[in-house]
Design a protein around this ligand. Structure first.
Ligand code: 0WK
Ligand code: BGC
Length: 948
């Protein structure tokens, strides 16, 4: 008989265990309003009287104390089976402890909650589609399913299935026989529905605790629920089934091992056993070695209490059930909650009360010593408000117990108490899991769907709410989740693998190998050599501009100077007082509006003059003509310390009439236009030079200046003899490399990805500043945006849906990378950034976006390292040294603010230039101070361009 739709499945459709079993506080007893969660009352037990709504009187309220000797035996048993709310809170604390212990590698082995990684790192997003085969091992049968997902948000999965009854003894025989049987079922099922031509992914539901080392690799830890097949424990059950299937030559291929519920982050299934899985923060799941995102963890909470932690909840009945079980002392929690045991607990309670003459007085109750005479199904029937008493009568009579009405009433109370307790304990377990999730996600309030499989009893969200008030759990009871769930996990696994492959393919060109970086280093060196060579300078993409700064500060600089710092994120005007023992700086930040950056040169320098005059006004310097050092952070041909001709604009500047002009002259002309006489420019330097000088003041070994900010560039002290573009070979000269333009002659094109080309083509200086466009803050965000657009196109991100906002250039700012890559930043905050871009990002999307940011910023840091390795190696060789020890003065928002950039740069530099011991010294006051120091040297009458 073949069925086509899940609704055909009856609640008793095959008792099986998918790893994960649920619970319900105050199960939905017939005619009882479980949502109000009021417990039964003991006195009603004695008197068997229920109120109009079927609720018992209050004496058995949660927390009602054992009234000692005045308690009847029945009341004592029922009280023992009714944990108080306080007790549940207390036990919840122990479960939380066991849970967090289970997550840690160190203490995991000691925990009764094994917290087994499942390698399921994603939940369905509704785009899953295709055919999936599922084989499900249940308590007494194997079920095979064919699930067709249509990618319509999983609204209407098509499902066909068949149940194959298992031979009685197969659960006690050889493992090989069991897996051969399962494979045979799969084969029969496929032949029946017309063996598909295409290979099918298969999801295998194996409801026993396994150590999973991959989605399709799981080693059986131990059998339970009566299974005892030989030669399976410690083996990979996927391999065992694979081998059996190969023997059958069945077409199916592998998918995954576990089932789950769509759109839910927790799964609990109350079937023969009990268990819960949930999406844990991967970085907390130490055994999994996955640092980002989430992973479904199988808590195996059935073993709770195996260390005695539940001894104050366990009753004598529980101990007897355990002693009679096939695994005494193990899975104590499961034996209080799982359906396999509820009938047994009631049986032992009846046996105990009969021995105390409180039940079946004068009857032969020896039948009660027989295992499994009362099934959990019968317990459920006896609880029914409508015909529970009649059922009790019938069932107890069938056992030959000739029950009185009072007996029936008491047995009904026992059943209700046992099931209520199972529900209460599972709600407590769920509350512990929810509280952990809320805490580990740094949330005030957790709102989550919980998939509840198995209709044994219902978990009451309100009781979970009592025990975990900071969480709102939407319990989604569902029939037959396991089959569909397993298909879902398989489909999600295939989707995430496909997405991962697409992601790898798109990101691969951005992942530079050591060899790639050594090639960049060699190319940089080649371009440096050419740039310094008078003959070949024009061929090089590195201008290697002499700066007329021939030595770094020696500490004797003194005086008061004005300084300007133009070209970075902010335009700053500073007054710098260089004294013997310290340098005192006052500065003001001014904005250069884009319209001025991209207007006329005259307007730009007028604006600069207005800022200077505003500053002088505020600092009461209008009547002082202070020597001024001008940090002008653009490529300039330096013709003297105070004469620099702009070669081209970068970093979004394009003011007209400036290129080819002496920028100092332009400033002086602006001062004239403003009839401002208090301006005396004595030095103009690049920000790299200013930074080197500012750091050199504190560290004489500082002979390199590096900027990684809006733009990027480096200068260094080169041997004059090596500077072929200048006469003289004594001493050293600071060379402004203008490495931002490295590759403008095409030498870097192999490293330019399609994303980089898109960024370059859309920039105002296409084809220029190629190296800068791979590294600096002005462009990294834009590179990420281009990659995100491509990943949306490929259906890897945001379910293939982009947003208008994401179409806008520069909307994804580089500072987002620094935020998104901040260690420990909860990914929900990444989702926050993405939702501001109107992107409906799932948790997994945030993980992928973070990976894109990490890839782009790592490449930038490594390219910077390759460039710097070329510089320090050149210096070492130019100086004929075995080892070079040097300090790099560094500044720039990206270097300073990005959480990993500086470390990644320094680590790779060490690998690429092992003969150089390089220290990075962050400049505190920026290059304005450096400009003032250059001005100080200029004023000391010492010609800074003359070698010392
Ligand atoms: C601060 C320096 C300035 C330089 C800037 C670069 O004082 O000269 O231009 O760093 O970093 P950005 O502001 O572009 O991030
Ligand atoms: C400029 C350099 C400057 C660097 C850092 C580049 O765009 O060309 O002169 O040093 O940015 O600000």
């Amino acid at each position: 008989m073949w069925e086509l739709h899940p609704s055909a499945l009856g609640p008793n459709d095959g008792p099986f265990a998918i790893v994960g079993h649920s619970c319900a506080l105050y199960p939905r007893l017939p005619g009882r309003d479980s949502d109000r969660g009021t417990p039964q009352s003991l006195s009603a037990v004695d008197t068997c009287s229920w109120d109009a709504e079927g609720r018992p009187p209050g004496s058995l309220q949660l927390g009602a104390q054992d009234r000692g000797p005045s308690c009847t035996p029945v009341q004592r048993v029922l009280l023992a089976l009714t944990p108080t709310l306080e007790k549940l809170q207390e036990v919840k604390g122990r479960v939380l402890e066991a849970l967090e212990q289970g997550l840690s590698r160190q203490s995991g082995a000691r925990s009764t909650m094994q917290m087994l990684p499942t390698f399921i790192c994603s939940t369905p997003d509704g785009t899953e589609n295709g055919d999936v085969l599922v084989a499900e091992l249940c308590q007494s049968h194997v079920r095979t399913l064919w699930v067709t997902l249509t990618g319509d948000g999983n609204q209407s999965p098509q499902l066909m299935y068949h149940v194959f009854e298992m031979p009685e003894d197969i659960t006690q025989g050889s493992g090989e026989a069991l897996f051969d049987f399962i494979a045979q079922c799969v084969k029969n099922f496929l032949e029946e529905i017309g063996n598909p031509q295409h290979r099918l992914p298969l999801g295998f539901i194996f409801p026993f605790s396994c150590r999973q080392t991959g989605l399709d690799k799981a080693e059986l830890i131990s059998w339970s629920k009566g299974f005892r097949c030989s030669d399976v424990e410690g083996k990979d059950v996927v391999q065992l089934l694979q081998a059996a299937i190969s023997k059958q030559e069945v077409g199916a291929v592998w998918g995954s091992r576990l089932g789950g519920l769509p759109h839910a982050e927790n799964l609990m299934v109350p079937r023969s056993g009990t268990n819960c899985c949930f999406m844990a923060e991967s970085h907390l799941l130490e055994m999994a070695e996955v640092t980002s995102g989430r992973m479904c963890v199988n808590s195996e909470w059935g073993c709770l209490g195996d260390d005695g932690a539940l001894d104050d909840v366990l009753t004598p009945c529980d101990h007897r059930v355990d002693q009679e079980s096939s695994n005494p002392g193990e899975r104590r929690f499961e034996k209080m909650v799982g359906s396999l045991y509820l009938g047994e607990i009631v049986r032992h309670a009846m046996l105990m009360l009969a021995s105390e003459q409180a039940l079946f007085i004068g009857r032969n109750t020896s039948i009660l010593a027989t295992k499994a005479v009362l099934t959990t199904q019968q317990v459920l029937e006896i609880m029914d408000n409508e015909d529970g008493m009649a059922k009790a009568q019938g069932i107890l009579e069938a056992l030959g117990l000739q029950p009185s009405e009072r007996d029936c009433c008491r047995v009904q109370q026992l059943c209700r108490a046992v099931v209520s307790r199972a529900a209460a304990l599972s709600a407590m377990g769920l509350a512990a899991v929810l509280s952990h999730m809320c805490r580990s996600r740094q949330l005030e309030r957790l709102v989550v769907n919980v998939g509840v499989d198995g209709g044994l009893y219902h978990t009451s969200a309100s009781v979970v709410g009592l025990l975990a008030p900071e969480c709102a759990a939407n319990l989604m009871p569902s029939a037959d989740v396991s089959g569909l769930g397993a298909a879902m996990v398989t489909a999600v696994a295939l989707r995430t693998v496909a997405q991962r492959n697409n992601m790898e393919r798109l990101l691969a060109p951005l992942r530079l190998s050591r060899t790639d970086l050594q090639r960049v280093q060699a190319l940089m060196r080649q371009e440096m050599e050419r740039g310094l060579d008078r003959e070949r300078n024009a061929e090089s993409s590195l201008r290697m501009l002499p700066t007329y700064v021939c030595h770094t500060p020696d500490g004797t600089e003194r005086g008061k100077f004005l300084a300007l710092d133009l070209g970075g994120t902010n335009f700053r005007v500073l007054v710098v007082h260089v004294a013997e023992d310290n340098i005192d700086i006052t500065n003001e930040i001014y904005v250069i509006p884009t319209a001025v950056m991209q207007g006329t040169g005259e307007a730009l320098f007028n604006h600069i003059m207005e800022c200077i005059m505003d500053f002088q006004m505020k600092q009461e310097l209008m009547d002082q003509v202070l020597p001024l050092g001008f940090t002008f952070s653009f490529p300039c041909q330096q013709l003297g310390l105070d004469k620099a001709v702009l070669l081209n604009w970068t970093k979004g500047f394009s003011a007209s009439g400036c290129v080819g002009q002496d920028v100092v002259q332009m400033l002086r002309e602006a001062a004239q236009r403003k009839q401002h006489t208090a301006l005396k420019v004595v030095a103009v330097v690049n920000d790299t030079v200013g930074t080197m000088m500012a750091c050199g003041y504190h560290d004489p070994k500082c002979e390199i200046g590096l900027i990684v900010g809006t733009g990027t560039n480096t200068c260094y002290m080169e041997e004059r003899a090596k500077v072929g573009t200048m006469d003289g070979d004594e001493g050293r000269m600071c060379i402004n490399m203008e490495w931002g333009a490295f590759g403008d002659n095409g030498c870097l094109d192999d490293f330019f990805t399609s994303f980089d080309r898109l960024v370059d083509e859309k920039s105002i200086n296409a084809g220029k500043q190629k190296f800068e466009k791979l590294i600096s803050g002005m462009y990294l965000g834009e590179i990420v945006r281009q990659i995100l657009l491509a990943l949306v196109e490929e259906q890897v991100l945001f379910c293939g849906k982009s947003s208008h906002k994401l179409q806008n250039r520069d909307i994804f700012q580089t500072k987002f990378l620094s935020t998104i890559e901040t260690p420990g930043l909860a990914l929900v905050q990444v989702q926050g950034i993405l939702s501001n871009l109107e992107l409906d990002a799932s948790y997994e999307d945030s993980v992928l976006v973070r990976e894109v940011c990490q890839t782009v910023s790592l490449r930038a840091a490594h390219l910077c390292a390759a460039g710097m390795a070329a510089v320090v190696e050149k210096m070492r060789e130019s100086r004929g040294l075995e080892q070079l020890t040097v300090t790099v003065g560094v500044d720039g928002t990206l270097y300073k603010m990005h959480p990993h950039f500086s470390r990644n740069l320094q680590q790779m530099l060490q690998e690429l230039a092992p003969l150089c011991n390089v220290t990075f010294l962050q400049s505190e006051d920026g290059s304005g101070k450096g400009a003032a120091l250059v001005a100080a040297v200029a004023c000391r009458g010492a010609d800074p361009s003359s070698p010392q």
